[in-house]
Write a protein that binds this ligand. Structure first.
Ligand code: ARG
Length: 417
């Protein structure tokens, strides 16, 4: 009996070809594992396809709940956005897939696991770093990195062996999708000057075709976790699905990013992430109301680190454990409701409230009921400005140009008689 390999199988071109290639090249019996993180593909068709190509067995791991609870919501609480824009849908799913792949390999007595990533991307790193943290002795095979075929040659290989090809010349994109978003690259998108054609987008309406009337949505949060839409409580999976639908309808969630891959390449990726964009904005608005200025400032730095470690495949690191504990602690009072307005591609926070709000009407108001002692500002300004005043006198600016050049006393023209 041949050794077994568990392949992370999406049903796309590369992993389909890999089913056949792993048998041919390594004489391994392929067990195709599809991890369902909400890509909304037809799972039974995917399984059948794997069997048709030659897999000895197919497995489906229903992982939407796990994905939301252990990956998406912690990242949301951290406000993780890679390079300020990408909500990390693809990056977040990889460590979960790695874990389920390892579990399946142990269960099935497989000697190896395999994934369909190429040698140019981030996903190979995420898979392999995660797998080796979880099961250091498991062999990892990356067919698409080894076989040295171009995309076209891969398509030819598929056609030669009767493997159905899911992409056509008209739609040459590489797509990855899960609950948290859809990532699209390749084809004309590789020219960063080219505007993404309409057929790139399937989750979001073009803002031009979005409703002429704005949509409003209220998101209820409990300790940084979204729990309700418009007052109706629901589980995380349904909440995200509903928001993807609603915000996508208003053209919200399109992102065009020229990003820095871990492997040193700049690449252009289009994302559709309606729910993620809405939730990240809402969550930040609620934090603005419930965290102190110092907490917010520090948390923003952590958010950058957090996003980087997710992007860079370090989910199972000790640094992550430490940062996650910090993030969780910050969320103690991030409870309340945020109202957002969705209109022709834009998403704006238009209201927020919280039982733990730090916003004090009495301190903020300019109307009667003002509780702020304005006379106390005099002393505050005196002390706050003291070092600056002292320094400006002892060490006046030396440059004529630049932002402080203007501080120099103006030369009055001494006109003699
Ligand atoms: N650039 C994104 C990341 O590294 C997405 C990668 C997968 N994209 C794709 N179109 N298949 O997380």
């Amino acid at each position: 009996m041949a050794d077994k390999v568990v392949l992370a199988y999406s049903g796309g071109l590369d992993t389909s070809v890999a089913v056949r290639w792993l048998k041919e090249r390594y004489n391994l019996d392929v067990i195709a594992l599809n991890v369902d993180v909400g890509s909304e593909r037809d799972l039974s068709a995917i399984r059948q396809k794997a069997l048709d190509i030659g897999a000895v067995k197919t497995l489906v791991a229903e992982a939407k709940e796990l994905f939301v609870e252990h990956f998406i919501f912690p990242a949301l609480q951290a406000d993780a956005l890679y390079e300020g824009q990408y909500p990390l849908a693809t990056a977040l799913a990889r460590p979960l897939m790695a874990k389920l792949l390892v579990d399946a390999a142990l269960e099935e007595g497989a000697s190896a696991v395999a994934h369909g990533c190429t040698g140019k991307g981030n996903d190979q790193v995420r898979f392999e770093v995660s797998i080796s943290a979880l099961a250091p002795n498991l062999k990892i095979i990356a067919p698409a990195r080894e076989w040295g075929m171009t995309r076209e040659e891969t398509i030819n290989y598929a056609q030669r062996y009767g493997i159905p090809v899911p992409i056509t010349a008209a739609s040459p994109y590489s797509i990855d999708a899960n609950l948290w978003g859809r990532s699209i690259e390749c084809g004309v998108l590789e020219d960063p000057w080219v505007e993404p054609p309409a057929d790139v987008f399937t989750w979001t309406k073009s803002p031009a075709d979005a409703p002429d009337v704005p949509g409003y949505v209220e998101i209820g949060f409990e300790q940084g976790i979204p729990i309700a839409i418009d007052g109706q409580e629901m589980g995380g999976v349904s909440l995200i699905q509903q928001l993807n639908q609603l915000a996508g309808e208003h053209g919200v969630g399109r992102i065009d990013l020229l990003e820095n891959r871990l492997v040193g390449i700049k690449s252009r990726e289009i994302y559709e992430a309606p729910a993620a964009v809405v939730l990240l904005q809402a969550h930040q608005a609620l934090e603005a109301m419930t965290l102190s200025k110092d907490q917010l400032r520090f948390k923003q730095k952590v958010a950058v680190e957090y996003a980087d470690l997710i992007y860079n495949g370090l989910w199972f690191s000790s640094l992550h454990q430490d940062l996650a504990a910090y993030v969780k602690s910050t969320q103690r009072y991030v409870t309340g409701t945020v109202r957002l307005k969705l209109f022709k591609g834009s998403c704006q926070v238009v209201g927020r409230k919280s039982p733990k709000s730090l916003y004090s009407y009495g301190l903020a108001t300019y109307d009667k009921g003002d509780q702020f002692d304005q006379s106390a500002s005099v002393g505050f300004i005196h002390i706050w400005g003291l070092p600056l005043k002292t320094q400006a006198q002892a060490q006046p600016p030396t440059q004529d140009e630049g932002p402080l050049g203007i501080m120099k006393p103006k030369k009055t023209k001494g006109k003699g008689k």
